[in-house]
Design a protein around this ligand. Structure first.
Ligand code: ASP
Length: 438
């Protein structure tokens, strides 16, 4: 059975199992004590290889370019394409929420119920606190934060991925500049390190279907009261519709600009998308996204190794689309008027938020606080605003992470196509050398 079908099976069985367990008193505790740890182990394994993979593949990728001016060209193309796709996502979100107006019909009773349930929940208050810490920083702080002062410290913290990217680029450019002969030993070392880490991805993925089962079962047993979920069905429906349209947009671009079959693209990317859905984290999914894009789609390492890690941290189309919809939904539900100028502000702040948000579960909601504040939403009502959408945040986080990952992959295909670096896929399996080893 193909890997993506095995993962789908794990996902469906996990959902059913989790749902079944909610009927037993001991069910939720059983799942969190005995099932969830397997999901956690898997996410840890993926995160474990993210930093070595970025370092090895970026150094190898740039060193193989042979010409630094190509790197500049690729960098500019990547940033511009990321900005364009994010603006498209925000515009889709704003159009849908203004046309369908999901916040208008929400009764005062529902608002009151959601507020009493969630306004003081630590999930909501911690997001507001994190957002205010981010907002108080100087405007150039995010550039300062990209530059590490200790590479071992940066490599020891998955949240500092941009610092590792910065170091790898500087290192690789210096490697190019010392000349072929002097660079050879280091290049061979990183070549081989890169192969090893990609093999680790293959091995870890053998465990994916079981892990996805565990992750989904634990999401289901810890989800909110079904009655509250139902009240937010229209809002959730609008977000999901927007995310779906965004995927359609990517597929159109893949077909028209990259001249590749959309079905082929989705089929080859699906294991990464399914993991994005199950883990709610683009950072955790990154190793699989890189492996898929390079080995199964055929994007050259030079492009994939730069575009994807940068995208995982700064390009979040799904999250920006969600922020646009959520901000206007909250304003509609709480009768807070938004002018056209406010909506333009939302476009701008959601774009910046996409760069600033961490690639971990729930980060999109932190940035939503900043978007709401940018349009003058009263600070004392922030907790109420977030409480309104908190119940459905996890499932929507799962869906927007799929779009975030698909967006990064699409842009890597576009950049590769433009630079003539989209070749034929060379699939490597985990057991290619098993006979020799035996
Ligand atoms: N979970 C998302 C991601 O990792 C970010 C978000 O919360 O929107 O891509």
């Amino acid at each position: 059975m193909a890997l993506h079908w095995k993962i789908v099976l794990g996902l469906v069985l996990g959902l059913l199992f989790g749902f079944g367990m909610t009927f037993f008193d001991f069910g939720p505790a059983f799942v969190s004590d005995w099932v969830q740890p397997f999901g956690t182990i898997f996410v840890r394994l993926l995160k474990l290889i993210a930093i070595p993979l970025i370092l090895a593949s970026l150094v190898k990728g740039i060193a193989d370019l042979k010409d630094i001016s190509k790197f500049k060209n690729m960098g500019i193309r990547t940033f511009v394409t990321y900005m364009i796709t994010t603006v498209v996502a925000i515009l889709i979100g704003l159009s849908l929420v203004n046309i369908l107006q999901p916040g208008i019909g929400i009764s005062d009773e529902t608002v009151a119920k959601l507020t009493t349930t969630y306004a003081n929940d630590s999930g909501v208050t911690s997001k507001i606190a994190t957002a205010s810490a981010q907002k108080d920083a100087s405007p150039l702080q995010f550039i300062v934060d990209m530059v590490p002062d200790n590479i071992f410290y940066a490599m020891s913290n998955n949240g500092l991925m941009l610092q590792v990217i910065f170091f790898s680029i500087l290192f690789a450019i210096s490697l190019l500049l010392i000349g072929e002969k002097a660079a050879q030993p280091i290049k061979s070392f990183f070549d081989s390190l890169n192969e090893v880490v990609l093999k680790m991805v293959d091995l870890i993925m053998l465990f994916a279907p079981y892990a996805v089962f565990a992750l989904l079962a634990s999401v289901v047993v810890s989800s909110s009261d079904p009655e509250l979920l139902l009240a937010l069905l229209k809002y959730a429906g609008v977000v999901v519709l927007g995310l779906f349209l965004m995927i359609v947009f990517y597929l159109i671009v893949i077909a028209t600009v990259a001249k590749k079959s959309p079905l082929w693209f989705i089929k080859n990317m699906s294991p990464a998308q399914l993991l994005a859905f199950s883990t709610s984290s683009s950072a955790a999914t990154l190793p699989v996204t890189m492996e898929r894009v390079e080995e199964h789609i055929g994007v050259d390492k030079e492009v994939a190794s730069f575009v994807l890690p940068v995208g995982a941290t700064i390009n979040m189309d799904g999250s920006s689309l969600y922020q646009a919809i959520a901000a206007v939904f909250i304003a509609q539900a709480l009768s807070f008027d938004l002018t056209l100028g406010d909506q333009l502000t939302i476009i701008f702040t959601a774009l910046l938020a996409s760069i600033g948000a961490a690639a971990v579960p729930g980060a999109g909601m932190v940035m939503l606080v900043i978007v709401l504040e940018s349009v003058g939403f009263p600070a004392d009502k922030l907790a109420i605003g977030l409480a309104l959408i908190f119940a459905v945040d996890r499932p929507l986080d799962m869906c927007r992470t799929v779009v975030n990952v698909t967006g990064d992959a699409t842009v890597s295909v576009l950049v590769a196509k433009a630079l003539g670096k989209l070749g034929n896929p060379k699939v490597k399996n985990w057991d290619d050398h098993l006979d020799e080893v035996n």
